[in-house]
Design a protein around this ligand. Sequence first.
Ligand code: C5P
Length: 227
Amino acid sequence: MQYEVVLPAAGSGKRMGAGQNKLFLYLLGKPILAHTLEVFERDDRCTGIWLAVKPEERAFIERMLVEYGITKVKGLPDGGAERQHSVHSCLKAMEQVSIVLVHDAARPFITHDIIAHLVESAHDYGAAIAGVRAKDTMKKVSNGIIEETVDRESLWMVQTPQAFRFELIVEAEDVAEKVGFLGTDEAMLMERLGHEVRIVESSYENVKITTQEDLVFGEAILHKRAL
Ligand code: C5P
């Protein structure tokens, strides 16, 4: 089953503290963004890539596409002040498709298997997101004091990709924009409208490169995969 993917890539990466877009940092000799793009370039089911970019970084990214042989990019619209705005900007630029995936450009280790499960689930149920079970004991804390130990069985840490039937996510994003609601992920916008969102078990390797230590984890994952 085919899909197009939206990759928000217009963040500033403040928590990385690199003084530049963290997606331009290298993991084993290749920029993080190029690693992520290659996953979708090599997935036969992916028929189009939409990248939300900062206008001042567009030319640099276009050169990166050429350098790494990325041919599936259909558009590089301007990103926005928040991630959700960047995603919305891509959705507005797209033609109608059946299934759209939203995936953080900062998660380069997503696999074709997990993508396939998400696409199938979104096709069958409308919305599906990647997640992993919480591993640690979870506490609810208020003002530095534990209020309760939360039952871990029902807790998942969610990731991207988040996959949707196109018309459902467009509606959810449009409504959010109209009422000025800012969610932390796309699933949250769907939940607000009462849509069921399925969870697809993903991998702990599908980390979002956020802080300096994630670069070390990232290179370790690449080394392991090269064995
Ligand atoms: O900052 P964080 O890693 O959580 O951002 C997740 C993804 O969203 C990154 O790929 C980042 O480039 C993107 N983003 C964006 N526009 C923003 C903020 C973040 O495209 N305004």
